[in-house]
Design a protein. Structure first.
Length: 65
């Protein structure tokens, strides 16, 4: 099984480019938008999502796009 997985999920430069591991919370974040949602009473139709890569804590902010 290990050999099968290694063939499927390994590439030559895999160890040369590891992801940066943040040393402190909110040092590295990812952001995204969830769009095309039904409008709310306050006319919001999207969600702005911000996730801390270290703690995996997330903030969800309603927005109008």
């Amino acid at each position: 099984m290990y050999k099968d997985l290694k063939r499927m999920f390994w590439w030559p430069d895999m160890k040369k480019k590891p992801l940066h591991i943040p040393k402190w919370k909110w040092d590295s974040i990812s952001m995204d938008f969830v769009v095309a949602l039904p409008k709310t009473l306050k006319n919001m139709d999207s969600i702005y999502v911000i996730v801390d890569r270290l703690t995996k804590s997330a903030h969800f902010i309603p927005v109008n796009m």
